[in-house]
Ligand binder design. Structure first.
Ligand code: SF4
Length: 348
């Protein structure tokens, strides 16, 4: 695994992105931003799962102005997602947003960017230059690959902001195509000092979207690229946050809540391992401590295969062995599998 690329840290509200700060997990609400109560409720739900930054869509004036009321009801910094109309960025700044996302594909006129940069600078609010393969400017050079066009679009906006003496910058270059996304980030990572927000856009429903995101985001993180991640899924943002942490945990980049180790089950198993593992996974959603829990289908291989688990069970016919760090502690009856395991997790 490559060491993390060095980047110039920025502060979004009270959260640092880049530098040596942990890789930040962010998500985006799916509510109508003008519906303040529903938006606050959804943000609180994702805060509970560990979301550290939230972005809201700002399609009109009312949505921009709603940010001040939303901010009073939540604990994490809020980023305003702006397209087309630069005046919405100004309203969002007035309403107290902690970060802005601009799409250079639809706000690129220097005069408009200048007005936003000045207002953002006065408030020390960073701007993400959020390039999206699906909304590249019509002036992009068609001779270049999509990845190159994305990089060019970002560099152009970066130069403009730098010429305005604005450097509270974060960059993203997202595409649906995973190799395109990876190529674009690899290129820009060597050319700018700013932190990178990484993700795969329009990744799909959880079944496919989590895989696309894990491959794309995971590949980049393994190469040391990425300072904040968003997993885009066509479902409740809670699932985005859970998936983001699972990607980070799988690369040992963050410790967050429990890790479940479960065997796939096979002809050796004498209990329904799938059902048991799913029940344990459900219970573990309520646990916040970083603990590795194993659910293994047989006593022959189970404890050995999961010997680095903090706590686990290896099932046999009607009974299971409870083990800690691969060492047998005691035997438990089938009816008590879940309760005893969770009680041990609680005690750990
Ligand atoms: S732990 Fe046992 S039941 Fe599970 S896959 Fe391995 S051999 Fe099969």
């Amino acid at each position: 695994m490559n060491p993390r690329r060095s980047s110039k840290p920025i502060r979004i509200g009270n959260v640092t992105v880049g530098g040596s700060a942990p890789i930040v997990v962010q998500s985006m609400t799916k509510t109508d931003t003008r519906d303040v109560m529903s938006t606050i409720d959804q943000i609180k739900e994702i805060e509970d799962c560990g979301c550290e930054l939230v972005r809201v869509a700002v399609p009109d004036t009312e949505a921009a102005q709603a940010i001040s009321a939303i901010k009073r009801g939540i604990s994490i910094p809020i980023i305003a997602d702006i397209h087309f109309d630069y005046r919405l960025a100004l309203l969002a700044l007035e309403a107290g947003c902690d970060g802005l996302r601009l799409n250079p594909g639809n706000i690129s006129e220097p005069e408009k960017v200048k007005v936003i940069a000045q207002a953002a600078k006065e408030r020390s609010v960073p701007i993400r230059i959020g390039v999206n393969a699906g909304s590249l400017s019509k002036t992009a050079n068609p001779q270049l690959t999509i990845a190159q066009q994305m990089v060019e679009a970002a560099l152009k906006q970066i130069q403009l902001l730098e010429s305005l003496d604005f450097d509270l910058i974060k960059v993203s270059l997202k595409a649906f195509d995973v190799p395109t996304t990876i190529e674009a980030y690899q290129d820009i990572a060597q050319r700018i000092p700013y932190p990178l927000h990484i993700g795969i856009t329009e990744a799909g429903t959880p079944r496919t979207g989590i895989i696309r995101s894990a491959v794309g985001i995971g590949t980049l993180l393994y190469q040391g690229i990425g300072d904040t991640i968003r997993v885009s899924l066509t479902t409740h943002p809670r699932e985005e946050v859970i998936a983001a942490y699972e990607i980070l945990k799988s690369l040992n980049l963050r410790r967050h809540g429990p890790i479940l180790v479960s065997c796939p089950s096979c002809g050796r198993a004498e209990v329904d391992v799938v059902k048991l593992a799913e029940a344990v996974e459900e219970e573990l959603l309520k646990v916040s401590k970083p603990i590795k829990v194993a659910v293994m289908g047989c006593v022959v291989n189970g404890p050995g295969e999961a010997k680095d688990a903090d706590i686990g069970i290896a099932c046999g016919k009607g009974r299971a062995v409870l083990f800690k760090k691969g060492k047998k502690i005691r035997t438990i009856q089938e009816k008590d599998f879940l309760t005893v395991l969770m009680a041990e997790v609680e005690r750990f």
